[in-house]
Every structure is written in structure tokens, then in C-alpha cells.
Design a protein around this ligand. Structure first.
Ligand SMILES: *Cc1c(COP(=O)(O)O)cnc(C)c1O
Ligand code: SF4
Length: 308
């Protein structure tokens, strides 16, 4: 998902060393309940439990693999692509995904304070092309629904906004957080809202996520999903096909399948691009086109995610 941006990049390396130690194991009770402790290859455990291979130093796997330090327009805003920008309200997440590159930034719990939010909103309001704001993080939905409703009220005033997007893992790892207050605020939002969930394996979906997605749909939110292609988690066509079909049964369309960002500590998750392409070709041969995610990679300096 997204990165946390140091205010002062020159200090990032020193801090990154400390942050790596601080990227503790973090799950929710729902995630814990999905892990089969008797299975050494459990695909949920692989995503969330610390693996000794994280400490391996692998060439090509770095702390800032996608050039986010350079795209930090003002604190809290990450503007790389035309017409849309990320607004990072918090660096905190409900879970720590071991393959995430935010592990190297120690701002995990930092929140955008009011003056910084004012500045970020000024930046977004000033650009006439800024038609979409993407709440990202961290995970924006770890904020209280009351705080989120307040932020949504401010975002509703942005003059050029035509869409609001939220990137979140909350609907599947802490679905109870999709509460009435949040859904009311989303339903009242003046332009269409899109939520991009983050699910990598069909076993992450169950009755609780189904209800959370249902509440969001009733609030008029369009539901999409992004996944990361992860070795020994979802690098089989049967798993990817089951994921797309289970997502659709919960009202969610596959959007992106990301090639892994080469972040230090995650090399053991890497699937090479040719294997990924072959998997997606096989997926295309067995599913309707609308259930096949776009296989992309994020490359520093490019004007969009690069199709593979
Ligand atoms: C991924 C990303 C987006 C969204 O890209 P889409 O292709 O529109 O999903 C926007 N801004 C940044 C900085 C991103 O990394
Ligand atoms: S929820 Fe997203 S931002 Fe948070 S650790 Fe997982 S992948 Fe990273």
C-alpha cells in the first residue's frame, strides 16, 4: 500500500535502522483466528508472522524502493500522478504486513495534526486538476469514525474533487470498525467514494468481511481490491482464481495485483515478473475478464503504475 514520509529525508536512514526493529508483529484477533497454527505453510501466518529471512541482506532490496521520499509534496501529501494524490492521515495500521515497505519508516503512529492537515488541504485545493484524493497511510480507517467524519467534512469542500478513494485493510482485518457513523459519513459524501481493500488470499474473507463490505455498499461505496503477488501465499493460479471469485461474492472487484516492491526484509516474498505474467495469463484463461486484476509494478519516476 502506501508509504510514510519523513519530513527530513536526510535522517531517514538512521531512523530506518531503528524503525526496522520497531516493525513489530501486529495482528488483530480476527487475523489470529484465521491462522492455522498446525500448518507451517499457512498463507495468513506468512503474511503477518515474523520470518527469520527478514534479516537477510539481499542486493536490490532497499528501504525506499518506489522513490516516495522524492514525491512528498507537503507533509502528508504524496503527489506522483496526474489528477490524484495520496493524503496520509496516519502512519498507523491495524496489522503489520511483513512485505510492506513502510516497515522502514518509524512514523508508524504519527498522525497529521491540524496545522499540517490545513496545509495539505490547501495544497490539494490549489491544483485545479486534483479531481481525486486517496486516503492512504498507514491505514486511514484506524482513525476513529468521529475523526474521519471530521476529515471527510473538510475534504467535501475541496473545489475540484470528483472522487474520493480510501485504501484500507480494515474491512477484512478489523471489520467491526466499519461502523454506522463511518458509513453515514461516507453515504453523505457529495462525490462518489471508492474503497480499495487489500486481500491477498481467499481465507482472509469470511462472514465478518462480508458484512463490512455490505455496510459499505449500502453507503454507496464502490468496492475494489488490490493484492500483492507473494511467494508461498498466493503464487498459484488456483489461489488467485479463488480469491477473485470470493471477492466478487462479497461485492468486491479485483483491481490491481502488485508485483512486490523490492523492500529490504521482504526478498523471500519475491515472485519473478515472468512467473507473475504466466500466472495472470492462466487466470485470464479461466475467469471472466472482469475478475482478472491488472498486474502492475510501481516504478520510481513513472507517471502511472506500470503494466507488466
Ligand atoms: C498507487 C498510487 C496512486 C493510485 O494509482 P492508481 O493507478 O490511480 O490506482 C496514486 N498516487 C500514488 C502516489 C500512488 O502510489
Ligand atoms: S495494511 Fe497496508 S500500509 Fe499497513 S502494513 Fe499492511 S500493506 Fe503496509
Amino acid at each position: 500500500m502506501a508509504a510514510i514520509i519523513p519530513d527530513n529525508p536526510s535522517t531517514s536512514q538512521r531512523r530506518a535502522d531503528r524503525a526496522d526493529e520497531a516493525f513489530v508483529e501486529l495482528t488483530t484477533s480476527l487475523v489470529d483466528s484465521q491462522i492455522d497454527a498446525g500448518d507451517p505453510d499457512d498463507p495468513i501466518a506468512r503474511q503477518f508472522r515474523i520470518d527469520p529471512r527478514e534479516s537477510l541482506d539481499v542486493p536490490g532490496f532497499d528501504a525506499d524502493p518506489v522513490g516516495d521520499l522524492a514525491a512528498n509534496a507537503v507533509p502528508g501529501v504524496l503527489h506522483k500522478y496526474h489528477g490524484r494524490a495520496l493524503l496520509v492521515l496516519t502512519g498507523a495500521c491495524a496489522v503489520h504486513c511483513r512485505y510492506c515497505f513502510r516497515r522502514h519508516f518509524p512514523y508508524g503512529d504519527q498522525r497529521l495534526d491540524e496545522p499540517a492537515l490545513d496545509r495539505a488541504l490547501d495544497y490539494l485545493a490549489y491544483d485545479p486538476d486534483m479531481t481525486e484524493v486517496i486516503l492512504s497511510g498507514g491505514d486511514p480507517l484506524v482513525l476513529s469514525s468521529r475523526r474521519l467524519a471530521g476529515v471527510l467534512g473538510r475534504l467535501a469542500e475541496l473545489p475540484h474533487l470528483r472522487r474520493l478513494r480510501i485504501h484500507s485493510r480494515i474491512p477484512t482485518v478489523a471489520p467491526e470498525r466499519i461502523d454506522e457513523r463511518l458509513c453515514d459519513a461516507l453515504a453523505a459524501f457529495p462525490v462518489p467514494v471508492v474503497l480499495v481493500a487489500h486481500v491477498n488470499h481467499p481465507r482472509e474473507l469470511g462472514p465478518a468481511s462480508r458484512e463490512a463490505f455490505e455496510r459499505l455498499r449500502r453507503a454507496g461505496v464502490t468496492l475494489l481490491n488490490q493484492s500483492v503477488l507473494l511467494r508461498e501465499v498466493n503464487d498459484e493460479v488456483e489461489v488467485l482464481a479463488a480469491l477473485s471469485e470470493s471477492l466478487f461474492e462479497q461485492g468486491v472487484l479485483p483491481y490491481y495485483l502488485h508485483h512486490l516492491d523490492p523492500v529490504a526484509g521482504a526478498a523471500h516474498f519475491a515472485v519473478d515478473a515472468d512467473t507473475g505474467r504466466a500466472l495472470v495469463d492462466a487466470l485470464r484463461a479461466r475467469l471472466p475478464g472482469y475478475l482478472v486484476p491488472r498486474f502492475v509494478v510501481e516504478e520510481a519516476g513513472e507517471p502511472n503504475k506500470t503494466p507488466l
